[in-house]
Write a protein that binds this ligand. Structure first.
Ligand code: NAD
Ligand code: MG
Length: 396
């Protein structure tokens, strides 16, 4: 039986993964090794009772007694804390879903790769913060990374059997998020609730807000650059409000191969789960005659400054991605907490990168996990200073 683990099992990606594992035979068909979650003990325990993993891990240490109680008598081991989550990645498994949100997902995925596993990578922050490190580790250990971001899964599928040397560009599409049709001057007043609804995809709150600001697409451009070994100029973004064409690969003979599908992450997750075969997946089939037309436009740089920042990050390279992601996470927390405006997020990230470029060697190659985590911490500190100054300036 295939040994599988799911990190971030209770999130949007985690629930879709759980759904597919259950539909494909559940505990009878898979030897489930570990399920991990942040704080949702009740849901983690339900999933564990269904999939019977060797261990269930909760990141929040205070939740350990509740998890123990919920799983008493099942024979499933329990553990808690961030270190226990990373520890669970050392348990041998053949297929691991990296579905934790944010930089917290980096270490478990990195540990899993060290064991030569197949890593289904939804956590885009991993490649943004430590792309060269992860790709080198995977290569050295004979591990496989399968992209699970819908656009990257689409590119991966379009590239099957192709020669990378024949690729001219890769285009990932963006819905444009919640505010694509808003007048620009209204963006500064956008509320958290407004930014937390996505026109097409049903996802976790953080990635949904990142879709409205296109920080999500900015991360994805860097992710594509790192994963497929493309130059920054080879990665393009196209606004496509219907979210049905996920990516396009353009070849030197003038041909383009695109990937269409319903906006349902179970396609990309199921593709990675069944790879190199294709399984039967419970994803809606597109009726293109009824849909009638698909529309495209170039992203507006004034509406989406995050895309320009992604270009600057790629030009700097090295640890700039780790700094960019950490500053973005701090800015996003501050927006969710009502401390800054929607449009301030990009300003905080840009200011943080400017300050760090004066103080640290941002472009240094990430040679170890510690280097990446150190840059992550520095950028969080500088972003917090930037936020405090912004708040002080607003008061005067
Ligand atoms: P989510 O917020 O719905 O779920 C995140 C999961 O991680 C939860 O299980 C949560 O408990 C856990 N978690 C959160 N913080 C943690 C911590 N510090 N330590 C350990 N566990 C922690 O997020 P999501 O939308 O499922 O996204 C997960 C990842 O997949 C993100 O990197 C996101 O960018 C990427 N992704 C998501 C989608 C989507 O459709 N949701 C699509 C493409 C890529
Ligand atoms: Mg995506």
């Amino acid at each position: 039986m295939r040994r599988v683990s799911v990190f971030g099992a209770t999130g949007s990606i985690g629930e879709s993964t759980f759904d597919l594992l259950m539909r494909q035979g559940g505990a009878e068909a898979y030897d489930v090794v570990a399920l991990t979650a942040g704080r949702n003990v009740a849901r983690l325990a339900e999933q564990a009772r269904a999939l019977k993993p060797d261990v269930a891990v909760i990141a929040d240490e205070a939740s350990l007694p509740a998890l123990r109680e919920a799983l008493a008598g099942t024979g499933i081991a329990t553990a808690a804390g961030q270190a226990a989550v990373a520890e669970a990645a050392h348990r041998p498994a053949d297929w691991i879903m990296s579905g934790i949100v944010g930089a917290a997902g980096l270490e478990p995925g990195f540990r899993a790769l060290q064991h030569g596993t197949t890593l289904a990578l939804a956590n885009k922050e991993s490649l943004v913060t430590a792309g060269p490190l992860l790709m080198a580790e995977a290569g050295a250990r004979g591990a496989t990374i399968l992209p699970v971001d819908s656009e990257h899964s689409a590119v991966f599928q379009a590239l099957a059997g192709e020669d990378m040397a024949a690729v001219e560009t890769v285009t990932i599409t963006a819905s444009g998020g919640a505010f694509r049709d808003w007048p620009l001057e209204r963006l500064a007043r956008a509320t958290v609730a407004e930014a937390s609804t996505h026109p097409n995809w049903n996802m976790g709150q953080r990635i949904t807000i990142d879709s409205a600001s296109m920080f999500n697409k900015a991360l994805e451009v860097i992710e594509a650059h790192e994963f497929f070994g493309l130059t920054p100029a080879q990665v393009e973004v196209l606004v496509h409000p219907e979210s049905l064409l996920h990516a396009l690969v353009s070849f030197r003979d003038g041909g383009m191969i695109g990937h269409l599908g319903a906006p349902d992450m179970r396609h990309a997750i199921g593709y990675a789960l069944n790879w190199p075969e294709r399984g039967h997946l419970p994803v809606a089939r597109l009726d293109l005659a009824r849909i009638g037309r698909l529309t495209f436009s170039a992203p507006d740089p004034h509406r989406y400054p995050a895309l320009r920042l992604a270009r600057e990050v790629m030009a700097t390279g090295g640890l700039a991605g780790a700094a960019f992601n950490a500053a973005k996470e701090i800015a996003l927390d501050a927006f969710i907490a009502g401390r800054i405006r929607f449009t301030d997020m990009a300003s905080v990230v840009e200011e943080t990168l400017d300050r760090l470029s004066g103080r640290e060697s941002l472009g240094k190659r990430p040679g170890s996990l510690d280097m990446v985590l150190e840059m992550d911490r520095s950028a969080r500190r500088v972003a917090a200073e930037t936020l405090a100054e912004l708040a002080a300036a607003e008061r005067t």
